[in-house]
Structure formats: C-alpha cells, structure tokens
Design a protein around this ligand. Structure first.
Ligand SMILES: Nc1ncnc2c1ncn2[C@@H]1O[C@H](COP(=O)(O)OP(=O)(O)OP(=O)(O)O)[C@@H](O)[C@H]1O
Ligand SMILES: [Mg+2]
Length: 253
C-alpha cells in the first residue's frame, strides 16, 4: 500500500500540489490521469525523492521515505521519469544490468544475470540486447528504459507516461506486462497515462488529478463517466461499455 498524507508542494511560491491525500492499494495497476500541468509528474518526483518533500508524508508499505536510506529506497521504489536522454556508448544489456545496481553494487551475480535475461525475454528485447543505446529509435529507447526499471525488481513502480513513443503493438504488450507484474508478481504499478482508454481497459484503479488536487479515485467503470471526464479535461465525451470496461470517445463537433 502507498499512503500519501497531506502533501503540498510549492515551486516559486506557486502551489503545485494542494493537500494530496491518497491510499493506493497493492498488487494493482493504478492509472494517474489528468490534464497537462495537473501535478502528476511533480507528485511522482516527490514520492520518489527526486524532489524534496516539503510537507506531508509518503509511505510505501512501512517505509516512510523521509527516513528510508537510499539503498533501501532503491530496492523499494523505481521511477521512470517523463523525459529521459539515453547517451553514451552503453549497450542495452549493460543498461539493464545497471538497473540491478542496488543489488550488486557493481559486481553482478548469477541472480542479476538471470533477472536481466528474463526481462530481455519478457520485453522481447533479444534483437536489441547488444545494440548501443545511441542507435535506438525513440520507441526502442522507451522500451529499454522500462525494462531497466523492471530489472530493478522493486515492489513499487512509478512510470510517468510509459506509453510515449510506443506503437499499438508495444503499448498493448506493455500494459499486459504491467498487469502481469501487478497480479502475478505482486508489484504495485502506478502509471501516468494520457490515453484514458488504456487506463479504462487496463487499470484496476484510476486516480483523477486536476490543479494539484485529487478529484476522484476508483474503479475505471465508476470514475470514467461522461460527467467526470468533462470536469477533468473540459471535453464532452461519450462513454460506452465494451467487455465490461468503459470506452471513451471524444464527441466534440
Ligand atoms: N521547475 C518548475 N518551475 C516552475 N514551475 C514548474 C516547475 N516544474 C513544474 N512546474 C509547474 O507545476 C505544474 C505541474 O507540473 P507537472 O509537471 O507536475 O504536471 P503534469 O501533470 O505532469 O503535466 P503533463 O501532463 O504536462 O506532464 C505545472 O503548472 C508546471 O508548469
Ligand atoms: Mg508530467
């Protein structure tokens, strides 16, 4: 369980997060949605200690981030930031091994090799494993970065817009892989998504965020209503149901 209490955050006297209180269940895919500038990435960076927590508290199970040492935190929560730059003469397999750093501290063991091999297979990265990062396409880079996060093998994963640059095949593959991580490998996966139909189809819980505040939280079918989508994005939408999950269609003329 992730417990966020009374989180407020200012940047240059501007209130970016406005008293966020959330309890996120374990072993689920949780989609964080909301308009540009809502505070989603800021919330992730505060949760993962990339930015200092100014007020309130963040707890991953019984780890309070304000008193957890860095190595324990690195084995507890992994984050994919919204924008990343992959440079340097590093091969894909080497980057994935870097995701294991909290465990091997520079000296990989057989366990680390096995984990990397398993993730390469799971994410169908065999054809890319020996390629240099600088030679990869945008979508390939994104897939490799996500695989590195998965190699970190933490109980909590925070992924900020992981579907960026991914085609239809790889988007669906990733969402299914994240579901399997949550439901079979007991991970808690929080993802920022702009494609609300991906949230509708694959998330167990949807958190709607607007202007630094949490607007609504619940199962996709409960929260992704026409009224809530209009309140969240200012978009008139039609919501239909397909195979038990909502499908959202932008119905503006
Ligand atoms: N370093 C900064 N200086 C000033 N304002 C900032 C800074 N970082 C973020 N902000 C502001 O904080 C607000 C929240 O930004 P954040 O990146 O958290 O939004 P977001 O919900 O992730 O949006 P998006 O969907 O566009 O990624 C925005 O208004 C943004 O302009
Ligand atoms: Mg963002």
């Amino acid at each position: 369980m992730i417990t966020l209490k009374n989180i407020s955050h200012h940047i240059d006297n501007q209130l970016i997060l406005d008293n966020v209180n959330l309890t996120l269940p374990s072993e689920q895919v949780i989609a964080l949605i909301g308009p540009n500038g809502a505070g989603k990435s800021t919330l992730f960076s505060v949760m993962s200690r990339l930015q200092t927590l100014q007020s309130g508290s963040v707890q991953f199970a019984d780890h309070d981030i304000s008193i957890t040492d860095s190595n324990t935190l690195a084995k507890t929560v992994a984050i994919l930031a919204q924008s990343n730059h992959l440079q340097g003469r590093l091969r894909v397999a080497e980057l994935l091994m870097f995701g294991r750093y909290p465990y091997h501290q520079g000296r990989p063991t057989e366990i680390d090799n096995e984990k990397v091999a398993q993730v390469i297979e799971q994410f169908e990265l065999q054809p890319l494993a020996q390629r240099y990062l600088s030679t990869l396409s945008g979508g390939q880079q994104q897939r490799v970065l996500i695989a590195m996060i998965v190699c970190q093998d933490t109980p909590y994963l925070l992924l900020d817009e992981p579907l960026n640059n991914l085609d239809m095949y790889h988007s669906g593959q990733l969402m299914r892989a994240l579901r399997a991580l949550a439901h079979e490998q007991k991970k808690t996966v929080v993802i920022v998504l702009h494609d609300i139909n991906q949230a509708a189809q694959f998330a167990d819980t949807v958190v709607m965020m607007k202007a630094g505040q949490v607007m609504k939280t619940g199962h996709p079918i409960e929260v992704l209503t026409e009224e809530a989508i209009e309140a969240l994005y200012g978009v008139k939408a039609t919501v239909i149901e397909h195979n038990g999950f909502p499908v959202i269609i932008d119905s503006r003329h």
